[in-house]
Each structure stands twice: as structure tokens, then as C-alpha cells.
Design a protein around this ligand. Structure first.
Ligand code: NAD
Length: 479
């Protein structure tokens, strides 16, 4: 195995100013909550970063009321071209404060700085730029021009700032006001975003950020004065939200889990495919809903692909998220690490063969080495369940129809990847795969102009692109 030395190149954390404690952002200001508080911890060091307010039902109610007032008095009445100016301003401030946001996200989430710097923050800004452009052109959207009202939005911890931008940018562009709850393990960039809203002079109450865990999220989505619920997270919680809003007039979009197949045919450029497999499953430690967590490789090239894949995995640099060399950072929480360990142990018990990249893991924090399982069958739990970590399950196939059948044999339907030299095969596969996004000869590419979302247990509704406006406008869809 090849190993090599490199000089650490840590990004300075002096650009971020983390306060010892944070309140809730309601009606344009930071206020004390009525509930308890909890700690946000850096997953790479286990250092306590800050004490965070936990919003209770009273706080949720105050935030929803502030959003309602702002919608009926200001934001819902403001001409689109005026709303656009605020969205453009927010986008520019995200760019200007990009380094600060990137460092803070890496500290709070554990993901490598090269990802927060080059992916999360630029795409978050791009979402605000893109939807700013829609704000005065809604008559061309096909979904009408009238806003829905107050949106209650709940997001997960894997892309905290990015998921916030996916939720808030289209909502605001359409004239809605929002109450957003970030995940309990990653609240800090959402709280910095609240400061950005103040800096942009956004009218009070248009964006409200309430922190807390599942109970706070539950209180928000079941609040009677919320008109639209937008949730990204696990399928299990998504189901409970769908049940809680059933029978109400609330609109709902759910972006849930995935178990994507990354399919490599024998005519694929192998080194490129190996990079795509690595990007598909080890990007963001595999904490990605659309991660290519099932590798389907054509039997005739399986040995070659696996040899090269193991060689490449052995060069992945696992460690300090703030080091600019780092490829794979920390697992987001002790709970998530326990889940990854449990499912991996189950994989071995079921008879799959486990191989982990040789790497030294830091002493403190939550870490898991890049891992792959071979000898996996369709019946194995590691082939069916979302592990949501840096763990790849490898299956083989002989014919394109077998690849399609295996790829679609999942309760999820969020994404898939196809690696082949033949354009005609790409088109055939894209038509046959039941997944919201199919990447060809690439993986994990995101663009604000492109709709994203799933089938089956991966949820419903689309975020991004023109389709992402649908949930936030009252008009009936015109295709
Ligand atoms: P999770 O469902 O546990 O939590 C997501 C959010 O929901 C958190 O903010 C949490 O506090 C909140 N929550 C928990 N219980 C709730 C309840 N009863 N009512 C309302 N809110 C509640 O998910 P997670 O572990 O934070 O995130 C990982 C999951 O998110 C994975 O399954 C992943 O696939 C999914 N995800 C999907 C997408 C997508 O676009 N489809 C994107 C990112 C993540």
C-alpha cells in the first residue's frame, strides 16, 4: 500500500468568533429561550463549543407569530423586485463571509475545510443568487405568484448551511416568511446566518431561527399557524411528520434518505470511475442522503476496480477537518458513530468481507476509517439500509438488466450513478433507474438550477430549480 508524508496545513480558526452561549433568533433579534439549553460539540475534538437555547412550545409560538406578522405586514406585500435585493445582498454577504462560514461549519460539523470552502459555502451563496433572480419573475414559474405564508423548516446536520439555503432562499423569493430549526448537533452556521440577516437589514420576522432537538421540530411542524412544512432528514422522522400534518391544509415537502447505486460497466474509464466511487461514498464522510453507498460493478472488471479502489482509499487523508489536506473528516456525533459501527458489525455477521483503509485515527473525537464490504448480497442489511457513514457495500452484476434490477431493488429512490463509455447506455439506464437524480460519469454534483428529490421512501417534492418554487406558491402546477 502506498503511504506518503505531507506537511499539515491547518486553516486558522481565529476568523470565527464563537460566543459562549446563543439564544434564539426571533423577530430580528437574539432572545433568551423559555426552555433548557444544550451543548454544541466539535466532533473532531469533543470540545464544547457553545451552550445553545432549546426552544420550547412558547418559543416556537413566538417565532411563528413573528413570521406571520412579517408575512402579512411586510414581506408578503413587498414587490418581488424589492425582495430580490435582499436575497442578492444575503448571497453577497455569504460570499464575503465565506471563510468564516467554512471554518465554523468544519468545526461544528466535522467535515473537511476543503469541502465547506469549495462546496457547502459557494453552493449556499449560489442558491440565494439563483432564487433572487426568480423573485420578480414568478409569473413565469408556472405556479402562480401568491406566497403560501409561513414556512416551518427542519433540517439535518450533514449540510447545515447548504440545507438552510435550499430551504430559505426559495421560500423568501416567493414572499413567504420562515421559521427554521437546524439540527441539534450543528446549530452554529444557522446562528451566524441569523447575524447575516441582520447585516442585510432583512425586515424583522422574515427569517426566524429556533434551535433545539426533535421536540422543538415536532412543535414547529405541528404548529397550527404554519402553512408549509419543509423537512429534510431521516425517513423515520419524515413518516411521523407526514402523519402529523395529514388532514390539515398544510403543504409538505419531504427530502429523506437514500441508498444509491453507483453502477460501473466494463467499458468505463476505470481510474475516473474509481474517483467517482470515492467521491460518491467518502465525500462528507458518507453523511450524504444521495451517497453512492452501493457499488454495482460489472463482474468482468470487478477485481481490477476493487484493486484500484483499495489503492486509492489507502491514500485518503483522514483527520483534522481544518487541515486543508484532509479528505475525510470526523463523524458528526457519537450517536452516528455508534450506528455506523453497529451496521458494519452486522455486515460482518451476515458474512460480508470487511476491508478498511489503513489509517491512523485521532485519539479524541468521533472517527471511522473509509471501509468497504465485498461479498454483499441483496438480502444483507448493509445493502438495504442507509449506513450514513464512510462505508461502501460492493455487489456485482453481469448484464445491464441485472444492474437495473439490483439498483432498483431498494425502498429508496433518490439518486444513482452510471459509469460507461456509451452514451446510448447512459440514456437507457437513466430511463430505467427509479431515482430522482441520475449522474453519468460523475457523482454528487449539485446546482441550484437543477431540481433534486426522490421517489418512494426518499420523500416527495423537489428542491432547486423552477420546481423548487412549487411548494412555496399557491398556484396549481402548470407543466
Ligand atoms: P433526523 O430525521 O434524525 O433529524 C433531522 C431533523 O429533524 C433534525 O433537525 C431533528 O432535530 C429533527 N427532528 C427529529 N425528530 C423530529 C420530529 N419528530 N419532528 C420534527 N423534527 C424532528 O435526521 P438526521 O439524522 O439529522 O439526518 C440524516 C438523515 O437526513 C439521513 O437519513 C439522510 O439521508 C437525510 N437527508 C436527506 C436529504 C435529502 O435531500 N433527501 C439531505 C440530507 C439528509
Amino acid at each position: 500500500m502506498s503511504t506518503f508524508e505531507y506537511a499539515p496545513a491547518p486553516e486558522s480558526r481565529s476568523i470565527v468568533d464563537i460566543a459562549p452561549s446563543y439564544g434564539l433568533f426571533v423577530n430580528g433579534e437574539f432572545v433568551d429561550g423559555h426552555g433548557h439549553s444544550f451543548k454544541s460539540i466539535s466532533p473532531s475534538t469533543e470540545e464544547v463549543l457553545a451552550e445553545i437555547a432549546e426552544a420550547d412550545e412558547t418559543d416556537v409560538d413566538l417565532a411563528v407569530r413573528a413570521a406571520r406578522r412579517a408575512h402579512s405586514r411586510v414581506w408578503g406585500r413587498m414587490p418581488g423586485k424589492e425582495r430580490a435585493k435582499y436575497l442578492f445582498r444575503i448571497a453577497r454577504i455569504i460570499q464575503e463571509r465565506g471563510r468564516e462560514l467554512a471554518v465554523l461549519e468544519s468545526i461544528d460539523n466535522g467535515k473537511p475545510i476543503k469541502e465547506t470552502r469549495d462546496v457547502d459555502v459557494p453552493i449556499a451563496a449560489a442558491h440565494f443568487f439563483y432564487y433572487a433572480g426568480w423573485a420578480d419573475k414568478l409569473e413565469y414559474s408556472g405556479y402562480g405568484t401568491e406566497s403560501v405564508g409561513v414556512a416551518g423548516q427542519v433540517i439535518p446536520w450533514n449540510f447545515p448551511l447548504l440545507m438552510l439555503s435550499w430551504k430559505i432562499a426559495p421560500a423568501l423569493a416567493c414572499g413567504n416568511t420562515v421559521v427554521l430549526k437546524p439540527a441539534e448537533t450543528t446549530p452554529l452556521t444557522a446562528l451566524l446566518f441569523a447575524e447575516i440577516c441582520q447585516q442585510a437589514d432583512l425586515p424583522p420576522g422574515v427569517v426566524n431561527i429556533i434551535t433545539g432537538a426533535g421536540e422543538t421540530g415536532r412543535a414547529l411542524v405541528s404548529h397550527p399557524d404554519v402553512d408549509k412544512v419543509a423537512f429534510t432528514g431521516s425517513t423515520e422522522v419524515g413518516r411521523s411528520i407526514a402523519r402529523s400534518v395529514a388532514g390539515t391544509s398544510k403543504r409538505v415537502t419531504l427530502e429523506l434518505g437514500g441508498k444509491a447505486a453507483n453502477i460501473v460497466f466494463d467499458d468505463a474509464p476505470v481510474d475516473q470511475a474509481v474517483e467517482g466511487i470515492v467521491n460518491g461514498i467518502f465525500f462528507n464522510q458518507g453523511h450524504v442522503c444521495c451517497a453512492g453507498s452501493r457499488l454495482l460493478v460489472q463482474e468482468s472488471v470487478a477485481d481490477d476496480v476493487l484493486d484500484r479502489l483499495k489503492r486509492r482509499m489507502s491514500t485518503l487523508r483522514v483527520g483534522d477537518p481544518l487541515d486543508k489536506n484532509t479528505d475525510v473528516g470526523a463523524i458528526n456525533s457519537a450517536e452516528q458513530l455508534a450506528k455506523i459501527r453497529e451496521l458494519s458489525a452486522i455486515g460482518e455477521d451476515e458474512g460480508a468481507e470487511r476491508w478498511a483503509a489503513p489509517c491512523e485515527l485521532p485519539e479524541h473525537g468521533f472517527w471511522f476509517p473509509p471501509t468497504l464490504f465485498t461479498g454483499v448480497t441483496q438480502a444483507h442489511r448493509i445493502a438495504r439500509e442507509e449506513i450514513f457513514g464512510p462505508v461502501l457495500s460492493v455487489l456485482t452484476f453481469r448484464t445491464p438488466s441485472e444492474a437495473i434490477e439490483k439498483a432498483n431493488n431498494t425502498p429508496y429512490g433518490l439518486s444513482a450513478g452510471v459509469w460507461t463509455d456509451k452514451g446510448s447506455r447512459i440514456l437507457k439506464m437513466a430511463g430505467a433507474l427509479r431515482a430522482g437524480v441520475v449522474w453519468a460519469n460523475t457523482f454528487n454534483k449539485f446546482d441550484p438550477t437543477s431540481p433534486f428529490g426522490g421517489y418512494k421512501e426518499s420523500g416527495y417534492g423537489r428542491e432547486g430549480g423552477r420546481h423548487g418554487l412549487a411548494g412555496y406558491l399557491k398556484g396549481e402546477a402548470r407543466r
